[in-house]
Design a protein. Structure first.
Length: 361
C-alpha cells in the first residue's frame, strides 16, 4: 500500500518535480549511439534498484540493458552499466528492415512472486507486445508474444493490430467474471495502411474514435499460478481512457505500473499533442507530456479522475532536443526511502528522474 495521502474524489492533487538526468547515451558505445530511453525498473534480491533502459544502436536497433541505480541520500543520481539482458534474437523480434526489443515496463506481480516485463517486439509486422519474466532481475525468460482471446462483441480480432504501452498491475483485482485476475493495460493501433494501402483504421464495434487510447484486459490468476505462460493470454479487453485534454488530444498511452493508493489506482500516462504520422514513423513536431489518471480500486475499468493539465511537460534542453524532441515519457515508478520517484524518457535520448509529490493547492 502506498503512503500517498488520499485525495478528494474527482481530483488528483499530485505533481512531478524534476530531480535529475541519470543516464545519457554513451557515444563511444555502439549499442547506445542513437539513445538511451524509456526504462523499466526492478529491485534485485541484493536490495539494489536496477534500471532497464532501452538502448538504441545504429540503424534504430533496440536492446534492453541493465544498470544499477546509484542512490545518494535516498535520491537516484546515476547508474552503473551492467550489460544487455534482452536483444532481438527471436525471429518475431526482427525483420529484414527493422529489429528491436523496446520500451520495457516491469511489474513485480505480488500474487505470483515474479518480475513481469512487457516489451514491444519490433519484428516483420511492426510493433507487437511480448512478455518475459525473471526471479532475479538478471536472467529473463521469454514467454513469447501476447495473445488476445477473441471477443465476438468487438467484431474484430485484437491480434491483427500493432500494440504498445503494455503494463501489468502489481496486485490481483476482481475480473469481469468475479474471479481473481491480473489486470493489464495496452494500446491497440488501428491504422493498417502501413501494411496494405487503403485498408484504413478498422476500429472494433462500438469504437468510433480512431485516436489511440488506453485499453484494459485480464489474465486468469489461477491459470497463471498453474502455468506462467498463461500470462500471455489476455481476455475481456475494453477501452477505458480516450484522449480528452489538450495535451493528449492526439493520443495517449499507459506509463508505469499503476500505484495502489487508498483511493484507487494512480496511473501515470503520456499524452501526445500535435501531428501524428501514419504508421510507425517518429512523430516529429508532436509533444509528449506526462499526466495522471485515477482508476477505481475494485474495478480499474472505472475512471475516477484525470489531470486536465500535464504534471510534467518538455521544458529542459534534454527534454526538448534529441532523437525526437519535446518528449517526456514516464515508464517506471519506485519508492525509495518513503519517496516516489518516476523514471522517464527524455526526447528519446536520455533518462530523467522526477519525484511524485502531493500538491494541495
Amino acid at each position: 500500500m502506498s503512503d500517498l495521502a488520499a485525495p478528494p474524489v474527482g481530483t488528483i492533487p499530485y505533481t512531478l518535480r524534476r530531480v535529475s538526468t541519470i543516464m545519457t547515451a554513451d557515444p563511444s558505445d555502439p549499442l547506445e549511439v542513437e539513445g538511451v530511453l524509456n526504462p523499466g525498473t526492478a529491485w534485485g534480491a541484493d536490495g539494489e534498484l536496477y534500471l532497464f533502459p532501452r538502448v538504441v544502436a545504429a540503424g534504430n536497433v533496440s536492446r534492453i540493458a541493465r544498470a544499477r541505480v546509484i542512490i545518494e541520500d535516498g535520491v537516484p543520481v546515476g547508474v552503473e552499466r551492467m550489460g544487455v539482458v534482452l536483444a532481438p534474437d527471436e525471429g518475431w523480434e526482427h525483420g529484414r528492415q527493422n529489429a528491436g526489443v523496446e520500451d520495457p515496463r516491469i511489474t513485480f506481480v505480488e500474487p505470483l512472486g515474479i518480475h513481469v516485463m512487457t516489451y514491444v517486439a519490433y519484428g516483420p509486422l511492426g510493433p507487437r507486445p511480448a512478455l518475459a519474466v525473471s526471479d532475479d532481475t538478471i536472467s529473463w525468460r521469454r514467454l513469447g508474444p501476447l495473445h488476445f482471446v477473441y471477443q465476438p462483441e468487438l467484431d474484430s480480432d485484437l491480434n491483427l493490430f500493432a500494440n504498445k504501452d503494455i503494463v501489468f498491475f502489481p496486485e490481483a483485482v476482481t475480473g469481469p467474471d468475479g474471479t481473481p485476475a491480473l489486470a493489464v493495460l495496452h494500446r491497440p493501433m488501428w491504422d493498417l495502411d502501413w501494411l496494405r494501402e487503403g485498408e484504413g483504421a478498422p476500429t472494433p464495434a462500438g469504437i468510433v474514435d480512431e485516436r489511440l487510447s488506453i485499453w484494459l484486459g485480464y489474465v486468469d490468476l489461477e491459470a497463471a499460478r498453474t502455468d506462467i505462460t498463461a500470462l500471455t493470454h489476455i481476455r475481456d479487453s475494453s477501452m477505458i481512457v480516450a484522449p480528452e485534454a489538450a495535451y493528449e488530444e492526439a493520443k495517449i498511452g499507459a506509463g508505469p505500473a499503476p500505484l495502489r493508493t487508498p483511493e484507487g489506482w494512480l496511473l501515470l500516462h503520456h499524452g501526445v499533442s500535435g501531428p501524428v504520422p501514419k504508421g510507425f514513423e517518429l512523430a516529429y513536431g508532436s509533444c509528449y507530456s506526462a499526466g495522471a489518471i485515477l482508476l477505481d480500486a475494485d474495478d480499474p475499468r472505472r475512471v475516477l479522475a484525470r489531470t486536465p493539465e500535464p504534471l510534467l511537460a518538455p521544458e529542459t534542453a534534454e527534454e526538448t532536443s534529441g532523437t525526437l524532441g519535446n518528449v517526456v515519457f514516464p515508464t517506471a515508478i519506485e519508492t525509495i526511502a518513503g519517496r516516489h520517484f518516476v523514471f522517464y524518457g527524455m526526447a528519446d535520448s536520455s533518462i530523467g528522474v522526477a519525484e511524485l509529490v502531493r500538491d494541495d493547492r
